[in-house]
Write a protein that binds this ligand. Structure first.
Ligand code: F1P
Length: 319
């Protein structure tokens, strides 16, 4: 089963990617380019858009600089409504490097004068060949649904963001990586206990919003489940009207405010999981990706859905 195998391979691939990132010339160049830019755009589709959202929030939090995550479809079909004119850095992400919208966004942004970075796992892809700087990640993934390469890409972008701001420290990462096996086991256990819902909601703020949205996408793609995801405290402003028995709500983060919201939602009949943190700040974002992937797999198993070939989906969306 490639999907399950690939989720498990995160345990080896994340530490490898960490060591690789520290010695990579391309990661250093990306950090330099980020340092020299006033604004950074992160662009992608699907899981790569959720990566963009997390990376953009993380970069802003670390550097204090402006950044924005824009779906590639917005860049090409609503250009002037999504980009300020002319200047800045564009980090375009695509596992395959061939998603049509992302390749067209690269072309459009180059024409507009942006410096471009193509972040992908495919060295021979159009994105890698046509971006000003290719960043080829040390990970292979066969499955249609993106799992371990999401965590690997995020880890590398977190490190580059910290290098750009001169605040990178090995200690925090090495601590999280030393606990990887425990984080993994804990996430599996939570996924197994939480896979009995009728309806799922994922909530996160800051960099965790992208993690929440990606978890929702995993459930859609892997288990054909209808889900919702949003910025945590937005859930109070309307959506909570739907909550009843059978709701399973994951909130990434376990601070006082998250606890208050969890109590309120439990009062309406939902089961709520407050996903605990493994670091201060949002440095643990790259391992918070496990739960959604495992929950997708677990729900699919119970429903008898084949995660290897999700209906209507292909590995690369070409239009
Ligand atoms: C983007 C993507 C995937 C999704 C699906 C279609 O691919 O939207 O996130 O799971 O398989 O493609 P990419 O641009 O990262 O290759």
């Amino acid at each position: 089963m490639p999907v399950e195998r690939e989720i498990r391979e995160s345990l080896e691939d994340l530490p490898k990617a960490y060591e690789w990132a520290l010695g990579s010339g391309a990661v250093k160049t990306l950090a330099e380019m980020m340092k020299g830019s006033r604004k950074v755009y992160f662009v992608g589709c699907g899981s790569s858009h959720h990566l963009s959202l997390t990376a953009s929030r993380y970069f802003t939090g670390i550097s204090g600089k402006d950044s924005k995550a824009v779906p590639a479809g917005e860049v090409i079909f609503a250009t002037e409504f999504s980009l300020s004119r002319g200047e800045g850095l564009a980090v375009l992400m695509s596992r395959s490097g061939e998603t049509t919208e992302t390749v067209l966004a690269l072309k459009r942004m180059k024409e507009m004068g942006f410096k471009t970075i193509g972040v992908t796992v495919e060295r021979e892809s159009t994105l890698a060949k046509e971006a000003d700087l290719p960043l080829i990640l040390p990970v292979r993934e066969e499955s249609i649904v993106m799992t371990k390469s999401f965590g690997v890409t995020l880890l590398v972008l977190q490190i580059a963001s910290e290098m750009s701001a001169g605040v990178f420290e090995r200690g925090d990462y090495e601590e999280i990586l030393s606990k990887l096996g425990d984080v993994f086991k804990e996430s599996w256990k939570e996924a197994k206990n939480f896979a009995d819902g009728d309806y799922y909601v994922f909530l996160g703020i800051g960099p965790y919003e992208g993690i929440a949205r990606e978890a929702a996408l995993k459930l859609e793609e892997m288990s054909l489940t209808k889900v919702e995801a949003m910025s945590t405290f937005e859930y109070r402003h309307g959506p909570k009207a739907l909550v009843e028995e059978g709701f399973r709500i994951v909130i990434y983060g376990d601070g006082e405010e998250e606890k208050k919201l969890a109590d309120e939602l439990e009062g309406y009949g939902a089961k709520v999981l407050l996903r605990r943190r493994y670091s201060s700040g949002y440095r643990d974002s790259f391992v918070q990706t496990f739960l959604g992937q495992m929950l997708g797999l677990e729900i699919a198993r119970r429903k008898g859905v084949d995660v290897e070939s999700p209906r209507h989906l292909t590995k690369i969306v070409k239009i």
